[in-house]
Every structure is written in C-alpha cells, then in structure tokens.
Ligand binder design. Structure first.
Ligand code: KG4
Ligand code: ZN
Length: 341
C-alpha cells in the first residue's frame, strides 16, 4: 500500500489530497478562490499567489487530518510542477519540497494535464487501453492518446483560447459573472441554440487541433451589431442573450465532439476519456456520450469533484510517477509552460 500526498496550486484552487495506490481517495481538500477573482471576471495572478501562500499550510493540514494518516505514513509527495501561473505553482512546489525534505520522502513532479487524465483512472479504475482523452478546462483543450496509464501522446490542442477560457470570456462580455461556464450551461438550458449561427474553424493541416477565438470574436461582433448591453441582473437574463449563449455553447461543443470523433476514427482507441472543468458541461457530456455510443466505445467521465481542479488527481498521477521512477530534487522549479506528450 502506497500513500501519496498530492498538492495542486497551478491556478486559483489551493488543493491537497491523500490517495492510496492511485485509486482510493482518503482525503481531498479544495479551497477555491473563485469569489476572490469574480469581481475581475478572471483570475488575477498576483492575488492568486497571495491566497495560495495563506491557504497552503491549512489545506495540507486538513487533508492530512481527514486522511487519518501522518506524514511518516506517506510513500511520496506529489506536486503540480506546471503548466500554470508561475507565482501560484511556486507556492505548491515549495510546500512539497519542504515536506519531502523534513520527512525524507521522494518528491514527484506532476504535469497538471496528466493529472486531469489520471482522474479517469482514479474514478473508474483500469480502463480499456489505448484510450483517447479529451482534456477540456479553463487553461487547456488537448486530445491525447493514452497507450498505458501515465503515458500521453499529444494528438491535438487548441491553437488559441482553451474552451473554458472562451466560456469565461463570453460570460464576462455579457455580464454573466465568473466562472462563466456554469452560468452559460444553466442559461442555455431550454434556449434556442440555433438562433445565432457560428462558423466552426476547420484546421486544414491534418492535425486534430482546436480553435475557439473565432467563435468568441463572433459573439463580440454579434453583441456590437445587435447593441446588446451587459446583463444587469443575472437572475433575469433576456431571451436573446440566452439564445446567444446557447448557440455559442452548441458551437463549442460541436467543435470538441468533432475532434473527439475524428481522433477516435484515426487512432482506434478502446475507450474514451472526457475530463477537465468543462467536462461538467451538460451538453458536452450528452453529446460526447452520444458520439461514444455511435462509435461503439465506452466513455469515462470522472465525477465533478475530480474533473475540476483538485489534488486527488495529482496524488494519483504522482503514484504512477513514483512507480515509473519520476523524481524531483530540492532544486526543482515551477515550469509554467511544461509540455506534455
Ligand atoms: O479544470 P478547471 O477547474 O481549471 C483549469 O485547469 O482551468 O476548469 C475550469 C473551467 C472554467 O473555465 C469554467 O468556466 C469551466 O471550467 N466550466 C464549465 C462548466 N463548469 C466549469 N464550462 C462549461 N460548462 C460548465 N458547466
Ligand atoms: Zn485544470
């Protein structure tokens, strides 16, 4: 039995978790800063770092306490090394180093997106491999082939905005608050998603890449053309705004599902994984489940607490890294642009 403490501070969640053998969550604590950044319509990096530094020790302490284990029981300390906001990552990396040093434990660096993929294994156990994993979050939109657990081959990614970022920017533009994804998801329910037509970028050089900035700009142009003012009362959103966000959401989901299906046709996986914060989107869940049925493949979508940023997925990925001999040392740095696959 190997217990791994995972630490995650890449963006605006301070999180720590203890996971056994990469499969059983003993504790998972997430302290969200959403309320801190909401007035700005997006994450303010300096505020994020300052809140991480205040929250990191109490969050780790409660994750340890909830797990019923002590630091000496740990097999390793895993931490998100990147990608993310450098000032945020540094807080988690430094905390992990301190614990590893004091308790003489191995330090395992984890790629944040590998953590998102690992969430599927944590939630659903051993999956039929190779799998095709679509990671859709506020910072990432990437498609990977996963030949074995912990191994990622990048097939495509966004060339500009991440899908979640597009949701957040469109919501900000319309005065719908931050984070924008959940608000748009809710408002789109029952609205007319054919009201506004958006062209979905087709990338012609053979890669399964994505692009969302065109759809976002099209929303901006539509708002200007129609003279739509920002929503004054988020509990009373006019029908034309609801139709607009429903149409926007439909376009984003169509692009994502198209990429997933194309990836599956080209690479013949035995299962599909949908993960990352945007995997909470009800239309995306519905449409990717439908696509999986059409392809005759099982699809694994972790529960909400594991698809949005959390440290259990980092601990689970850390366990895989530990077994593979991945180690960080005390000179390990945060890597804001760390590549994967
Ligand atoms: O994975 P995550 O918690 O953090 C990152 O690593 O970025 O993802 C956060 C993103 C935000 O952009 C948020 O707007 C989006 O996930 N999101 C959603 C929904 N819930 C969260 N997007 C669309 N529909 C949702 N229901
Ligand atoms: Zn994330």
């Amino acid at each position: 039995m190997a217990l791994v403490l995972g630490i995650e501070t890449s963006c605006d969640e301070t999180a720590a978790a203890v996971v056994e053998d990469g499969r059983r969550v003993l504790s998972s604590v997430v302290s969200s800063q959403a309320a801190v950044h909401a007035p700005y319509g997006g994450v303010v990096p300096e505020l994020a770092s300052r809140h991480h530094i205040e929250n990191i020790a109490p969050v780790i302490e409660s994750a340890m306490k909830d797990s019923g284990k002590g630091f000496p029981d740990l097999a390793a300390v895993a931490v998100t090394q990147g990608p993310g906001l450098v000032g945020s990552l540094l807080v988690g990396v430094q905390a992990a180093k301190a614990i590893a040093l004091v308790h003489a434990k191995p330090l395992v660096p984890v790629h944040h997106v590998a953590g998102h993929v690992e969430a599927a294994f944590l939630a659903h156990g051993d999956l039929p491999l190779p799998a095709l994993a679509l990671v859709v979050s506020g910072g990432h939109t990437s498609l990977f082939e996963v030949p074995e657990e912990g191994v990622h081959r990048l097939l495509g990614r966004t060339r500009d905005d991440a899908a979640g970022e597009a949701f957040d920017k469109v919501a900000k533009l319309l005065g719908l608050g931050y984070p924008g994804g959940p608000a748009i998801d809710r408002l789109a329910e029952g609205a007319n998603d054919q009201a506004v037509e958006f062209t979905i970028a087709r990338i012609k050089d053979g890669r399964t890449d994505f692009s969302f900035s065109g759809i976002k700009t099209a929303v901006l142009l539509h708002v200007k053309r129609e003279g739509i003012p920002p929503v004054a009362d988020p509990s009373d959103v006019p029908p034309r705004v609801r139709d607009l966000v429903a149409s926007f959401q439909r376009a984003v989901v169509t692009a994502l599902v198209r990429g997933l299906v194309r990836g599956a046709r080209e690479h013949h996986p035995r299962s599909l994984i949908l993960t990352g914060g945007v995997a909470a989107n009800s239309l995306l869940r519905r449409e990717s489940e439908r696509a999986a049925r059409d392809l005759g493949l099982p699809i694994f979508i972790p529960p909400l607490a594991l698809t949005t940023d959390n440290a259990a997925m980092i601990a689970a990925a850390g366990f895989v890294g530990l077994r593979r001999g991945v180690r960080g040392d005390l000179a390990m740095n945060a890597e804001p642009h760390l590549p994967l696959g």
